[in-house]
Structure formats: structure tokens, C-alpha cells
Write a protein that binds this ligand. Structure first.
Ligand code: NAG
Ligand code: NAG
Length: 298
């Protein structure tokens, strides 16, 4: 009886904890606004993380078998690694290049879907990409944060305006880094926290930004990747820069390093990203796990 009661309380707790906040549905899954056409040869590290063969998120190649993307692109329990493919070596959305099946997804264990903190995922493909002029790994810069106003370069096939259409041709733009204190102040009214795992890039006047479908793509400074497209409040709005996962944070670079040495298949929510509903069967499975754990504790 006591066990049943504990299980019931845990179920309530799980349901309460797993409700997503609004921006996760509006912005997560985040084309570049205000950009220009570019080619894959200019950005040979850019890949597309496809779900059921269609563009889902951006990403970057970091070794011949590993790509970097955002955890919010891959976290759903309902999605298996095998439902994703990585397409590399093409300038076009859902066309050309080479697609290889995903075998393993290593999300940051501390990824939080409500705050988008620790938004990093290392995604492995089943066989190695053959490197070419259009397929090359991105050099990563972990060592240090970059100064304010440094120009960052972003690329992607995401929507060209808030709630707009995806771009068929790869887009690129330059955006300057925004001072962290200033950024935190701008997002205060939105009740969003800019954590140490996040960095802000954008224009005060808006007009140029990452948008839906760019998520997981690379933020590059002087040819080195320093960030991952993570979230924003709408796209390209004035006074609301885009937020990127910061590779210079040791917990972010540490996760990438660990994952490259071998990872367990980690996912950590109960939300179906497509329909945004609770996944009861999985909740029940978790409950059984919790009951086993509380048995040990009692
Ligand atoms: C942000 O700008 C303020 C001055 O406005 C400065 O004191 C602070 O060091 C800057 N923060 C960072 C992280 O560079
Ligand atoms: C991860 O590896 C890179 C390159 O070897 C290194 O610069 C960085 O400090 C490492 N991060 C951690 C947390 O070990």
C-alpha cells in the first residue's frame, strides 16, 4: 500500500515536471532570417539532421562518424536513433549529398528542456563519411570564450522568417556577440535565464538571426566552431539576440570529449516533441524503475 502511494506521488511529480514551456514548441526545432545563399563548399562542416528522411535540424561534422547538434533536436523518448539520418555534402535542403543512418545519440545528461540548458548532443552515424571538398569536419574551439562584438558566422536551411518557409538553399549570416550581462538583462522580461552554458549573438535592431530549422547548426568564429544554435524568443526581433550553446564551457566540451570516447544512449524526458504530449507508456516504465529503486531504499 505504501509502495502504491509512493508510486502515485511519483506519477504526479513526473507529470508536473514534464510539462514543456511555450518557447520549446515555438522556437526549439529552430532558417536563417536576413541571410544570403551560400554553398556547402564554403561550409563543408554543415550537415542536416534528418528525421524520417526530412530536414529536422542543423548540425556539424566533427569527425568522419560524429556530428554535433542540439540536445533539443534529439531528446524525445519516442524517437529512436535509427529514425534519424545525417545528410552531408549538399547545399540543398532534402536533396543531394550523402545520407547515412544514425546509430547512437549522446545527449548531455543535464539537458533541461524547460530552460534549454546543456543543449548539446553528439550523434554518431553507422559508417564513416568520405571526406571531400564538400564534406569536412569543423575544427572546434574549446579553449576560450570570444570577446564581445566578435563576429560569428551562422548557416542553415531553417525558416527565412518567424513561422515562415524553410530555405531550399543553404543560408549564411554574420552576427556580433552580445555582452552576457546585457543579454541577461534583455531576456529578463521574458523570464529566461542565460546560463554559463549559453552565449548570445545578434543585432540590437534585430533583422538577422537563426530561426526554426537552424537549431543544432554551427556558430563559427575565424573558421572554428564555438557554439551550437540553441534557442531564441521568436526570430530576429529587436533587442532579443539568438542563444547558442557555448563550447568553451568545460561541462559542454567535457561532454563532447566523453561522447567521442564512447557514450551510453541517453535521453531524458517524457515529452513527444512532435505532438507535445505525455508519453504514458514510458512514464509507466519509469514508474516501475522508480518502484524498484524505492524498494531498495525502504
Ligand atoms: C559587459 O559589459 C560591462 C560594461 O557594460 C562590463 O563591465 C562587463 O565586463 C562585460 N561583460 C563581459 C562578460 O564581457
Ligand atoms: C576537451 O578536449 C579539448 C581538446 O582536446 C580540450 O581543449 C578541452 O579542454 C577538453 N575539455 C574538457 C572539459 O576536458
Amino acid at each position: 500500500m505504501l509502495q502504491f502511494f509512493i508510486a502515485f506521488i511519483l506519477l504526479l511529480f513526473i507529470i508536473a515536471k514534464s510539462r514543456p514551456v511555450q518557447y520549446t514548441t515555438s522556437k526549439l526545432g529552430t532558417r536563417i532570417v536576413g541571410g544570403q545563399d551560400t554553398t556547402i563548399e564554403e561550409h563543408p562542416y554543415q550537415v542536416s539532421l534528418d528525421l524520417h528522411g526530412e530536414h529536422w535540424c542543423g548540425g556539424s561534422l566533427i569527425t568522419t562518424t560524429a556530428t554535433l547538434t542540439a540536445a533539443h533536436c534529439t531528446y524525445s523518448w519516442e524517437l529512436y536513433a535509427g529514425e534519424f539520418t545525417i545528410r552531408a555534402g549538399t547545399s540543398f535542403n532534402d536533396e543531394g549529398g550523402i545520407s547515412i543512418k544514425v546509430v547512437n545519440i549522446c545527449n548531455h545528461p543535464k539537458f533541461n528542456v524547460d530552460t534549454a540548458d546543456y543543449d548539446v548532443s553528439v550523434v554518431f552515424v553507422i559508417e564513416a563519411f568520405v571526406l571531400s571538398e564538400a564534406i569536412q569536419p569543423a575544427p572546434l574551439q574549446f579553449e576560450q570564450d570570444v570577446p564581445d562584438d566578435t563576429i560569428g558566422h551562422i548557416t542553415g536551411w531553417g525558416t527565412v522568417e518567424e513561422d515562415g518557409d524553410m530555405s531550399h538553399i543553404l543560408q549564411h549570416i554574420d552576427v556580433p556577440k552580445v555582452n552576457k550581462t546585457v543579454c541577461q538583462r534583455l531576456f529578463k522580461a521574458e523570464r529566461k535565464i542565460i546560463t554559463d552554458r549559453m552565449t548570445c549573438f545578434g543585432y540590437t535592431d534585430g533583422g538577422k538571426d537563426a530561426c526554426q530549422g537552424d537549431s543544432g547548426g554551427p556558430l563559427v568564429v575565424n573558421g572554428n566552431q564555438i557554439g551550437i544554435v540553441s534557442w531564441g524568443e521568436g526570430c530576429a526581433r529587436p533587442e532579443l539576440p539568438g542563444i547558442y550553446t557555448k563550447l568553451a564551457n568545460p561541462e559542454i566540451s567535457g561532454h563532447i570529449n566523453h561522447s567521442l570516447l564512447g557514450c551510453v544512449h541517453i535521453r531524458n524526458t517524457f515529452i513527444d516533441i512532435k505532438k507535445n504530449k505525455l508519453l504514458l507508456p514510458f512514464t509507466v516504465m519509469y514508474l516501475i524503475e522508480f518502484i524498484t529503486v524505492s524498494d531498495l531504499m525502504l
